[in-house]
Write a protein that binds this ligand. Structure first.
Ligand code: FAD
Ligand code: NAI
Length: 467
């Protein structure tokens, strides 16, 4: 029987990163994966394919709309959807191969099959051929991720009624698309298909988009998406879909109740959240406790209630983000090696990769108000940023929230081009407990969009230079 220091179940960003860090620290490690490829949701049906489609569809739209104003004359672009999907697949394959290489490089055994926790020290793996083997190990890390949340009464067939997985692989641009849920997936994938030619209507239960993000940012973002042609039905829910005709007919009702309306669509994307995935893991039998939302219950050291069984990533509480899963993977491995692994949950950035992008870290104004914390706001629009002006990409702003007494930065919220890259200077600053004044006094290269961050920091003390 094979024997290990650590067996990780699941090879998403949480699992494979945890395995690598443990191997770096001298542990003998195996990973178990039930999918036919490594990399989990993120690499195969999540972050990576969606970003490939966002990139190519953005260029498609730019070639059609933005080139001419810069004096670049091209004939109207035409879409070769199979080629675009092939571009996406090449990206997936490249990243999956990268993880395979890293497993080899770090001498991590890869065991393909479905893992089941038999209790402390034992994992059973059943291969696609039905044959089972048992791995003996000192520690087990559950990194089995999450799955799509289902909408009661609406059956996903991944062809006409799709989850994010089907929406990443449609074989035709739908004429009309309904997106249920104005969260990250709905807005990213809704943007992809709108850019490629679909008429997109987003139906959201709440009276705002992107719950959890800063309210002012969300409001501006909605206006920008509407200008791009997306339609929003807020405070509404889809209660049923008639699939009998050539077109789907969605029944839409006000969230608070009232008269229903019917909207036609070729494709409906259900994107109302994700749920922890613990199927087939045998957790009940092994006595591993779950919380009220079906996530593995852990302490501050990622330990479940069963000795030697740990959990990280989407399968535990916290934001369902790849970088959160990765950081937990590193911290968990370090703790297993007797080091002081730690994740700072106050500084986990969130990015929506649309055009413009939305990026945030730390507290929102709503959260600070609710907590009764006095704060100062520094805001700087990209309309006053030189580089944005010359590129004519002036949509959006940077907003910094700093403690009114100490000037410590508590939250940074941005909307605009490339802000997903720009957020990280705020993360580093906040990780070091920095102040708005620290940021304002840090020299920023000119001309860059990042100067808007420096200016927003100046604006906290009401002394922005270019405004
Ligand atoms: P996962 O990546 O879900 O991996 C879990 C793995 O465990 C899977 O490979 C699964 O097959 C395997 N597994 C499950 N059960 C077993 C078992 N019993 N035995 C063996 N193997 C098992 N996050 C971001 O940060 N940025 C983004 O841009 C982003 N975009 C996204 C876009 C989409 C469309 C979706 C759906 C998600 C996106 N996410 C994004 C979220 C991100 O994918 C997840 O947060 C991340 O993948 C979680 O990592 P994980 O390691 O916890 O689990
Ligand atoms: P989400 O939680 O971001 O958004 C779901 C939305 O659906 C919410 O606005 C919610 O109010 C709404 N909703 C719920 N029930 C509804 C109903 N019955 N009718 C209408 N609206 C309803 O979930 P989403 O977009 O599915 O994404 C899942 C996870 O994947 C997120 O937690 C996110 O963190 C992660 N993700 C991250 C990305 C990124 O970092 N760029 C990209 C895509 C996904």
């Amino acid at each position: 029987m094979a024997s290990y220091d650590l067996v990780v179940i699941g090879t998403g960003p949480g699992g494979y990163v945890c395995a690598i860090r443990a191997a770096q620290l001298g542990m003998k490690v195996a990973v178990v994966e039930k999918n036919s490829t490594l990399g989990g949701t993120c690499l195969n049906i999540g972050c990576m394919p969606s970003k490939a489609l966002l990139y190519s569809s953005e260029l498609f739209e730019e070639a059609g709309h933005s080139f001419a104003k810069m004096g670049i004359k091209v004939s109207a672009p035409t879409l070769d959807l199979p080629a675009l999907m092939n571009f996406k697949q090449q990206g997936i394959d490249g990243n999956v191969k990268g993880v395979e290489f890293l497993m080899k490089k770090n001498k991590i055994d890869v065991v393909m099959g479905t893992g089941r926790v038999l209790g402390t020290g034992k994992v059973e793996v059943t291969g696609a051929d039905g044959k089972a083997q048992t791995l003996e190990t000192k520690n087990i890390v559950i990194a089995t991720g999450s799955d799509v949340a289902k909408l009661k009464g609406i059956e996903v067939d991944e062809k006409r009624i799709v989850s994010s997985t089907g929406a990443l692989s449609l074989d035709k641009v739908p004429e009309k698309m309904i997106v249920v849920g104005a969260g990250v997936i709905g807005l990213e994938l809704g943007s992809v298909w709108r850019r490629l030619g679909a008429e997109v209507t987003v139906v959201e239960f709440l009276d705002r988009i992107l719950p959890g993000m800063d309210g002012e940012v969300a409001k501006q973002f909605q206006r920008m998406l509407e200008k791009q042609g997306m339609t929003f039905k807020l405070g509404a829910k889809v209660t049923g879909v008639d699939t009998s005709g050539k077109k789907l007919k969605a029944q839409i009702e006000p969230a608070a109740g009232g008269a229903a309306e019917s909207i036609e669509a070729d494709v409906i994307l259900v994107a109302i959240g994700r749920v922890a995935y613990t199927e087939a893991l045998g957790l009940k039998e092994a006595g591993v406790e779950l919380d009220e939302r079906g996530r593995v219950k852990i302490d501050h050291h990622f330990s479940s209630n069963v000795k030697g069984v740990y959990a990280i990533g989407d399968v535990v509480a916290g934001p369902m983000l790849a970088h959160k899963a990765e950081d937990e993977g590193v911290a968990c491995a370090e703790l297993l090696a007797g080091q002081a692994g730690h994740v700072n949950y106050d500084v986990i950035p969130g990015v929506v990769y649309t055009t413009p992008e939305v990026a945030a870290v730390g507290k929102t104004e709503e959260e600070l108000k609710a907590a009764g914390i006095a704060y100062n706001v520094g805001k700087f629009p990209f309309t006053a940023n030189g580089r944005s002006k010359v590129n004519q990409t002036t949509d959006g702003f940077v907003k910094i929230l700093a403690d009114a007494k100490t000037d410590r930065v508590l939250g940074v919220h941005m909307i605009g081009r490339e802000v997903g890259e720009m957020i990280h200077e705020a993360c580093v600053l906040m990780e070091f407990g920095g102040s708005a004044e620290d940021l304002a006094r840090t020299c920023h290269a000119h001309p860059t969009r990042s100067e808007a961050v420096k200016e927003a920091a100046f604006a906290v003390a009401k002394r922005a230079i270019h405004m």
